[in-house]
Structures are given as C-alpha cells and as structure tokens.
Design a protein around this ligand. Sequence first.
Ligand code: ZN
Ligand code: ZN
Length: 410
Amino acid sequence: MDAKLLEKYAKVITEVGLNLQEGQRLFIAAEMNTAPLVREVTAKAYQNGCPLVTVLWSDEKLKQIRHEFAPCDSFEEYATWIADGILENAKRGDAYLSITGLDPDLLAGYDPELIALELKTQAKHLKKAKQIISGNGVQWTVVCPPTPKWAGKIFPEISEEKAEEKLWDVMEKLCRLNYDDPVAVWRKHLSDLGKRHTYLTEKQFETLHFRGPGTDLKIGMPKNHLWKGGGGKTLGGVDFSANLPTEEVFSMPHREKVDGVVRSTKPLNYYGNLIENFSITFEKGRVVDFSAEKGEATLAKMIEADEGAKMLGEVALVPHHSPISESGLIFYNTLFDENAACHLALGSAYRSCVKGGTEMSENELAEAGVNDSLIHVDFMIGSGDIDVDGINADGSISPIMRSGEWAFTV
Ligand code: ZN
Ligand code: ZN
C-alpha cells in the first residue's frame, strides 16, 4: 500500500484514536499480518516521545491450527501471564491499541462449541484488565487495516492482492484519510457526534422504539443513562476515540426492559462464523426466541455463553448515510459493519453509559440495569427503512430517526 496513506493512518491512530500523552507507554495487541501498520504506529509513538511501545503478536494461522489439532478438552487452557501483563500495563496507565486483521472465514467449519469455549476462557482471564480498559481507565483504540484474506472476502471476483489494494482505496475514504489534514477533520467529526450524544443524554428518553421490516422493539433505558460516541474521555479526562472509524452514538438498554422483536440487517461475523438473516425476540430483557437462516448453531452458542449473553448491553444509532454505509459494501467485520448501521449488542454494557457506573459495586450495577457478561457482540439492525422514536416519561414522542437518518438538528 501507499506509504503516505499508511503514515496518515498511523498519525490519526496515535493523535486522535489514542491521543498519547507525554510520558505514556503504549501496548499494542496485533495480528502478524498487520505488521506494516504496527511499525508505522510504533514509529509515530516514539517520535511523539512515547517511552515504550510493547507489541503482543498473534497469528491467525496459529488460531486455526489449534482448532485443527489441539485436544478437544484443552480449550480452557490459557497462558495467564498474558492477562497479568495486560492488567499490569492497564494499571500503570498505558494506552491500549488493538490492531486486528482476521480472515472472516478463519474458523468456518470448526466446532462452534470449542470456539465459544476458547473465547469464554480468554474473556474470563482478561476480565480485570478489560474492566480498566473498556471502563476508560486508559485511552484505547481498535483499528482494522486491510489484509489479503479479508479483502478477498469483500471482493471475491478479483485476486487477493488486487482486493487488498482496492480495500486500501476504500479505507482511505472510510477513515477520512483523503484530506490534507485528517487529524483536524477527525476532531470536527468527533465533535459533531458529541453534540448528538449530548442532546440524547439531556432528553433522558424513558424508552426507545425501533420500527422497520421485521423489527418492532421497545428498549427501556436506565435512569441517568449517558449517551456516548465520537470522542470518549478517560476517567482522567483525556480525549480519545475507541474505534476508528466511528460513526455511532451509543448507550445502554436497561437489561430487564427490552420487549419485542428485532431483525438483523447485515451478516454477523462471530469469530470466523457467519450468522445471517436472524431475528431475536425479547421479553422483559431476555432472549426468549431466535432463528437464523444461516449460522443458527453459532447464534445459539453465543446466546448460551452465560446469563448476561441473553440480554442487551448496547444500543447504538448510526445514520444510514455514513461513509461506510455509502460504500455499499458488506465488510464481514463488526468494526465497519456496526458503523454502517444502527446496532445492538448482546452481552456486557459499558459501565460508563450510566452516571457513576464506573464507581458502582456489582450489586449497584445490577440494580441500575447494567448488563454483565463475558461477551459483547454487536449485531446490525439499521437500514434506510428504520424509524426510531424516543418516548418521554409523560408518554409524548420525539422522533430520533426517520428512514434511517437523524430526525433532530443540533
Ligand atoms: Zn457500538
Ligand atoms: Zn458494541
């Protein structure tokens, strides 16, 4: 890929995504096939005075080899020093960058039960570290640069090599790298999203009502819920952006106040397995029924991961006309597909989405309606056909979205 493009991407990641502070160390978890970007980010970090960049490499081929050959009863094995190290770094305040590059079909055909167990084991060990990181104790960012297998999946009609080049061209627009000063463009975009979430937080809707083809869902919101999006802030007040690109504003449903049915509008790639055209029915917050045209077994495993996996942890609004949506592509990758459409997540909620949530005890969190789970899986429900209303405490209705676009001005 173009060296200049890679440099701009790395600049946006370090200056907008992570917003590395003076003297702050950086921890990077990365796939081996993203090495050129990892090196560029590392260079930028050191140039900006970062005292230490540490990289934990993973390799998608090794993941596959485990599922091919490892004993079936070995998927609760985990190298605990990895979790200890990530926790130690997070406690010290190191920024956290995840650079993923998985082949969307990596584990297609392997046992969904073992895939789920592997993920659950990993999540269990990483829970403490993730609480600090996703609780915004430090700046954290997830990015996903083009890789050959992934690009090949999006553009199956051309060679993987050509597909990767083409995906870089697409990425340039999606990540707003096609500007002279992408850092300034990003700051403006994040500030616009900030105005949207400020409006929604001030409104304190009691319920959100989603309507569209196959969807009629009411989502009760917790008292004192907070909408987030665009730039986040760490507990220490440092601006950052958890996802690049990001187009969403999001909050948390009350885990026991979700009723109705919702239909997916894009395929969900769950750790190398695709779940397509699925519907989920909720009663008092819990999944009571579901079906999928493809990948139903995977969906079942996901929902059975634990108690919290049967409830929602996120509700997010994305206008239908975002650059990602306008590309018209299906990315088979949550980071991009979730930013193309309104979405929900089964599993844990971000504690920072309720006032005082990061200081609450487990009991207080449950009381406040905050969902907890080892999983957090986004699935897309938005399209140009979706309408969203906010229902106020007095029963009056304020339109939030019409035909997939914002219905209020800020
Ligand atoms: Zn989201
Ligand atoms: Zn999410």
